[in-house]
Design a protein around this ligand. Sequence first.
Ligand SMILES: Cc1cc2nc3c(=O)[nH]c(=O)nc-3n(C[C@H](O)[C@H](O)[C@H](O)COP(=O)(O)O)c2cc1C
Length: 313
Amino acid sequence: MNLTIQLAPKNRHGLLLANPVMTASGTFGYGTEYNHTFDIQRLGAIVCKGTTLEARAGNPQPRLVETASGLLNSIGLQNIGVNALIKEKAPLWATWRVPVIVNIAGETINDYAQLARQLDGVAGISAIEVNISCPNIKAGGAEFGVNPQSAAEVTATVKAATSLPVLVKLTPNTSDIAKVAMAVAEAGADAISLINTLKGMAIDITSRRPQLGNTTGGLSGPAIKPVALYMVYEVAGAVEVPVIGYGGITTATDAIEFIMAGASAIQVGTASFANPQAPLDVLEGIEQFMKDRGINNLTELIGVARRQKRRQG
Ligand SMILES: Cc1cc2nc3c(=O)[nH]c(=O)nc-3n(C[C@H](O)[C@H](O)[C@H](O)COP(=O)(O)O)c2cc1C
C-alpha cells in the first residue's frame, strides 16, 4: 500500500510524508515527550509547539478547561523561543526519520520574517507552519488570519525569507475562509493547513468569573469536527495547493472523512491528551480501511466525496 504524500510539490526541497498522519501544534510538544509512548517515527510528520522569537511563559492559569463538548485552552504560546529550539531540539530531530515542521507565531510581520530566516537551512527542520491566528499589534490586535490581505502579506513575507516549504495555518474565526485560503495560496503558500481553534469561553457561576485565566480561549476536540470538515471542504474546492485538514479528529473514520473532503493529510490534536497513542491508532485505522477495500494508493481517497457530489450534480 502506498500512503506517501507530497505536500510541497512546487518547493525545491519538497515535503514528502510516508503517510498522511501529522500531529497538531501545541498538542504533541516537541515530539520527544511522546517518544516513550509509541514509535513516533511511524507518523507522517510532527508539528512542534508554536515558536516565537523570544521564550514565552504564556497566559495566567487556569489555561485548560474541559467543557461538555470540547476543550478550551488559553496557553498563550508558552514556548522556549526560536534560539533554544534551534540549539536544543533541532539536532535531535536531524537524527529522526519523521520530518519535523516548526509552527511559528509573531506579533508583527517582521517577527515572522525573522523566524523564517533563522529556521532556514537548520538541519532537522523540514518545513514551517505559519500560525496566522495571532494578534497583529500594528493593526490594533485583529488576527492576521481574519482578512485575506494581512494573511497574504504574512505568507509572502515568510516565503521570501526561507527556502523551506511553507504551510499556512488558517483560523476559523473569519467570515470567508475560502477567500483567505485563496489569498494565501496566491501569495505562495506551498500548502494550507486548517483549522485552528474556534473562539470560546466558560464561566464559573459560583465564583461568577470566567473559568480561563485569560477570560477567553480556543475550542478544540470533537465538538469542532463538523465545522472543520466543512471548512476543509470549502478550502479544498477553492485552491490548487495541498490542504491539510483537522479539527476534532479522534478516530481513523474522522480522518478519512477529512481526506474524502479533499485533505491530502490530516493532523491529530486534542485526541492525544486522552489517548497519547491516538495519532498511531488513526494511522493504523486508515491502513486497515484501505486494506479491507483493496485501496492501494491513498491518493485514490483524496476528495472522493467531492467527485461523487459533482457527478451526481
Ligand atoms: C493545548 C493546545 C495548544 C495549542 N497550541 C497551538 C500552537 O501553539 N500553535 C498553533 O498553531 N495551534 C495550537 N493549537 C491548535 C491545534 O494545533 C489545532 O489547530 C486545534 O486544536 C484543532 O485540532 P483538534 O481539535 O484536533 O485539537 C493548540 C491546541 C491546544 C488544544
